[in-house]
Design a protein around this ligand. Structure first.
Ligand code: TEU
Length: 527
């Protein structure tokens, strides 16, 4: 194989297709729009793009509810548009990773419509069906991530079906071998079309406990942020079952029939997440596990150190994929606002830190502009999560507003029509065309170029340097020492030796003393 390890230490740019670029003029982003804007992505110097779901969907959960696994939703375009997008990406040297939402389908999928129609149709066992309890109540106490019981009554069968997420997202029954085989063939469809990999949505939710055992009584459902300490502290029987370890091997075997492909699994776990990521990324299963650990509000040098240190200690041989922002969480500049000397300083520090962590990384569209969360009113919301949990949890629309390309064009140059979510002025102010020399965008480009020039930043191991808060320092591959000031105040830290400055932002080396400006960054070659 040519370059089967390309994913190790790679940087992936996440595109949220609804909000990247509208080409058709309907206010919703599409594949032709993405193709048109790929130069911007390639110009950053990333290795790959990941597209959130583009398959046919009624959009109850914005594409995470698929009604046809082998087609493109008309709102995004056609399979021809997809092929053209992949061809352009490859021309630009970008790998293409697409989301695969295999754990559940849409409730409008033909398989579900058939499955729900009776107890003895050919697809009767494709979803998770169970009889009511004698008093008519749901089979057990499982809770949905989006609030309320995870069971929905189906009068045609006089049974309940199980849904970890919305009732519009019934869970497929992976215990059924036919479902597994069908799923693998759906995945093969995209491998044949030339995609380089998959981001596996909710990869730890594929299997539920066959015996439908109750979750611990002290389990407290509620708002679903991963950083909510009461959320899912306990082992849940509705997900992460041992059978998954075998299925992931089947999936990997399929991938290995093709050259240079990759699997990154989204592992949303509050109970022993690192051990599970380790299991999933060893033994011939996934290549990478997407971690939630840095998508939280937690912020201090010890926290970042602990995550990386624990991963490689508890998951030896495994490989993480880190991210600070995505389409599910409040953008990191807003989450970590109070630790920034300015929006720009925090954005640059974030980029330098993210791109220095041992592992692969995903960045999210707009992050390279220093984008902040968009403030929306209740009436502007579309996300079911926000509509249910408002105002404690405003949902995920605020990080999904359109990409801004032009600071003076209507809707930031995203669309000529009214966009599906509004473009507001604080976001438009940092449009691509407004970012010159010294800007956040310029920093992302320079930082990624620097990273490419130092192979140890891609795959080198990590040696920690003990520096007191707020400084985080480590050496990658024995070559490049990375020093970060996580505080909005200046800070200093002593290095083990003197050396040469390779790359710096508002910082310098004075003998053995690293002198860091507010949120300063220093990359050194120690002598
Ligand atoms: O998210 C999975 C997941 O665990 C989410 O519940 C996450 O914790 C939450 O959104 C944080 O606010 C994936 C997708 O990324 C998400 O967009 C989908 O809604 C979900 O799966 C269901 O497919």
């Amino acid at each position: 194989s040519k370059n089967s390890d390309w994913w190790r230490g790679s940087v992936t740019y996440q595109i949220y297709p609804r909000s990247f670029q509208d080409d058709s003029g309907d206010g919703i982003g599409d594949l032709r729009g993405i193709t048109r804007r790929l130069d911007h992505v390639a110009g950053l110097g990333v290795d790959a793009i990941w597209l959130s779901p583009i398959s046919t969907s009624p959009m109850a959960d914005m594409g995470y509810d698929v009604s046809d696994y082998r087609d493109i939703d008309p709102v995004f375009g056609t399979l021809d548009d997809f092929d053209a997008m992949v061809a352009r990406a490859h021309e630009l040297g970008l790998k293409v990773i697409i989301d695969q939402v295999l754990s559940h389908s849409s409730n409008r999928h033909s398989a579900f419509l058939e499955s729900r129609s009776s107890r003895d149709n050919p697809k009767a066992d494709w979803y998770v069906w169970a009889d009511p309890q004698p008093d008519g109540s749901p089979p057990n106490n499982w809770q949905s991530i989006f609030g309320g019981v995870a069971w929905e009554w189906e009068p045609r069968r006089k049974q309940y079906y199980f849904h970890n997420f919305l009732k519009e997202q019934p869970d497929l029954n992976f215990h059924n071998r036919e479902v597994q085989d069908w799923t693998l063939e759906n995945v093969r469809f995209w491998l044949e079309r030339g995609v380089d990999g998959f981001r596996l949505d909710t990869v730890n939710f594929y299997f539920h406990d066959r015996h439908l055992r109750n979750d611990a009584a002290n389990f407290q459902p509620g708002a679903l942020q991963a950083w909510n300490p009461y959320y899912m502290q306990y082992h849940l029987f509705s997900k992460n079952q041992p059978e998954n370890l075998d299925f992931l091997k089947r999936l990997r075997a399929l991938m290995d029939e093709y050259e240079d492909r990759t699997l990154v699994g989204e592992v949303g776990e509050q109970h022993h997440p690192i051990e599970i990521m380790g299991q999933y990324t060893t033994g011939g299963r996934l290549h990478m596990a997407y971690s939630f650990e840095m998508l939280s509000h937690k912020w201090d040098a010890a926290h970042f150190r602990r995550q990386v240190e624990e991963f490689f200690r508890l998951a030896p041989g495994g490989w993480p994929c880190w991210a600070f922002s995505n389409h599910d969480v409040v953008r990191h500049l807003t989450r970590w606002e109070k630790h920034g000397a300015s929006r720009e300083a925090l954005a640059k520090l974030g980029a330098a830190l993210l791109f220095s962590l041992q592992g692969s990384v995903c960045m999210y569209q707009g992050e390279e502009l220093g984008q902040t969360e968009t403030e929306l009113t209740y009436d502007e919301l579309t996300d079911p999560q926000g509509l249910v949990f408002w105002p404690e949890d405003k949902g995920r629309d605020g990080c999904r507003t359109p990409m801004v390309w032009e600071s003076n064009a209507p809707n930031g140059g995203f669309s000529t029509a009214t966009p599906w979510l509004p473009v507001k002025s604080p976001q438009q102010a940092v449009a691509v065309d407004a970012q010159g020399e010294g800007s956040v965008l310029d920093f992302y480009r320079r930082m990624l170029a620097f990273r490419r020039s130092e192979p140890s930043l891609r795959t080198g191991g990590t040696t920690w340097i003990n520096t007191p808060e707020p400084v985080l320092a480590f050496t990658r591959g024995g070559e490049v020492t990375c020093v970060f000031n996580l505080s909005p105040e200046p800070a200093e830290a002593e290095m083990p030796s003197t050396g040469e400055v390779l790359f710096a932002e508002k910082s310098d080396l004075d003998g053995r003393m690293a002198r860091l400006g507010p949120n300063g960054v220093l990359f050194l070659r120690l002598s």
